[in-house]
Design a protein around this ligand. Structure first.
Ligand SMILES: CC(=O)N[C@H]1[C@@H](OP(=O)(O)OP(=O)(O)OC[C@H]2O[C@@H](n3ccc(=O)[nH]c3=O)[C@H](O)[C@@H]2O)O[C@H](CO)[C@@H](O)[C@@H]1O
Ligand SMILES: C=C(OP(=O)(O)O)C(=O)O
Length: 430
């Protein structure tokens, strides 16, 4: 579906963001490690979750999901898939599918992968570091066609040092090691807020995890995990989206449940674009008519820069939102995506608005901000926040723009258009 935008209106009001897709998906996958009931609150009604729930219920899990109330009860005691599951039968076009592997391996002892679990078209989304983790923890990999992962005698504790900090690899390590025989250590672990959320959930299930939120995780395996309850954390991507929308349209937006403990560096990134974010109790606030001017560094002859890398660096998934904002800020700024080789594929679409961007190489761009922009029709890439970034730019320009094929937003952001309309935006799905 397309987003039809009549831009140029300031977006103002108060908004409560939804639960984080990248928290709820690993937690739902982790729930498959137990047969006891699990209860979740603040569950976002997003299409990635629809797909996982459809897969689990088709195998016999009982899942009561009240989308209006945001509650979910899961009971996997009836989970009875065929003797082996193939990658093709798992949810497609979402990276989180890979997070089903540890529980499937424990339950079935074998899975075949004739389809890779890719997600957004940000990069190759390799499977190798996942296979390394499983192999280190006792799985046997047959790298034929299809690829087969077998777990003949359960997970066994071990030590592993990852090539790089990967979110889903760290999450798979946690789920496998939680029920492994003995102790496991992961060095160079990811520590994103959603990885921390999974640590907390597994701990509530009885897992023994040390080092949550750091780059070294130690897990002492336990024989079984119990049922648990959790409230899904607010989505920091959505918090940033609403604040950035207020700033780019000249409106005033207050965001509730704004996770200030995760925001120091995010607030600084906004500041580099001339935007002041205030934190009041549990709210974040952007006041109207921010002066969008790129902040010059004290050091002369240095280009202002926002660089994104694994947490606690600035998050790669937030980079597109800052790029959108920078097209409206006076000055020049350098963006550096240290993670994905395809993170700037949508720059030609941004240029259709008249934005002046120079792609230096697959990981780096320069934005010459503050150029006059015009409404236009753009094609969204299969990248959630890049699609939102294109909408942001459209919302800031008086006149009619269209963001075509923008459905990817629904993978992570429930009631996106309704929330924007509540802030006074003129936008609709068509
Ligand atoms: C479901 C889920 O949680 N998805 C998130 C998860 O995906 P995902 O866990 O797939 O992302 P990874 O952290 O593995 O990184 C993605 C890719 O970036 C490359 N890479 C990454 C880090 C690094 O230091 N060097 C490097 O080369 C690798 O090719 C890797 O395959 O984390 C990504 C990075 O925060 C986010 O964009 C995704 O939204
Ligand atoms: C990249 C994302 O999702 P996935 O990892 O499923 O591609 C995302 O949420 O921005």
């Amino acid at each position: 579906m397309d987003l039809i935008v009549n831009g140029g209106k300031p977006l103002s009001g108060t908004i409560t963001p939804s639960g984080n897709k990248n928290s709820v998906l690993p937690i739902v996958c982790a729930s498959l490690l137990t047969d006891e009931p699990v209860r979740l609150d603040n569950v976002p009604a997003i299409t990635d979750l629809d797909k996982i729930v459809a897969f689990l219920t088709a195998q016999g899990s009982r899942i009561d999901w009240d989308k209006a109330a945001g509650t979910m009860r899961l009971d996997h005691s009836g989970f009875r898939p065929a003797a082996t599951v193939d990658g093709h039968e798992l949810p497609q076009d979402m990276r989180s599918t890979v997070l089903l592997y540890p529980a499937l391996l424990r339950r079935l002892k074998k899975i075949t992968l004739s389809a890779n679990a890719t997600g957004c078209s940000l990069g190759v989304r390799e499977i190798d570091p996942h296979l390394e983790i499983f192999a280190k923890l006792g799985a046997v990999i047959d790298a034929g066609e299809p690829l087969v992962i077998a777990l003949p005698a359960g997970f066994k504790g071990n030590r592993h040092w990852c090539d790089y900090m990967s979110v889903t690899v760290t999450e798979n390590f946690l789920m496998a090691a939680a029920l492994a025989d003995g102790e496991s250590t992961l060095i160079n672990a990811a520590s994103e807020p959603h990885v921390q959320d999974l640590c907390a959930f597994l701990s509530a299930m009885g897992a023994r995890i040390e080092g949550a939120g750091t780059s070294m995780l130690r897990v002492t395996g336990v024989p079984r995990l119990a049922g648990a309850a959790a409230t899904i954390q607010t989505d920091y991507h959505e918090i940033v989206t609403f604040l950035a929308l207020g700033a780019i349209t000249g409106g005033e937006v207050r965001v509730k449940k704004s996770l200030p403990r995760h925001f120091d560096l995010i607030t600084r990134a906004f500041r580099k674009l001339g935007v002041v974010i205030e934190h009041e109790g549990g709210d974040a606030l952007v006041r109207r008519n921010q002066s969008l001017v790129i902040e010059e560094p004290y050091t002369s002859n240095l280009l202002p820069k926002i660089e994104a890398a694994p947490w606690p660096y600035f998050s790669v998934d937030l980079l597109p939102l800052m790029i959108a904002l920078s097209t409206r800020a006076r000055g020049t700024i350098h963006f550096w995506n240290k993670v994905y080789e395809n993170g700037f594929s949508w720059m030609p679409e941004l240029a259709k608005f008249g934005a002046h961007v120079m792609v230096s190489d697959p990981h780096r761009i320069l934005v010459f901000g503050g150029k006059p922009l015009r409404p236009t029709v753009v094609d969204a890439p299969y990248v959630i926040r890049a699609t939102i970034a294109l909408y942001m730019v459209a919302a800031s320009i008086p006149g009619r723009s269209v963001v075509k094929n923008a459905d990817t937003i629904k993978r992570a952001h429930p009631r996106f258009v309704e929330n924007l309309q509540a802030l006074g935006a003129e936008v609709e799905w068509r």
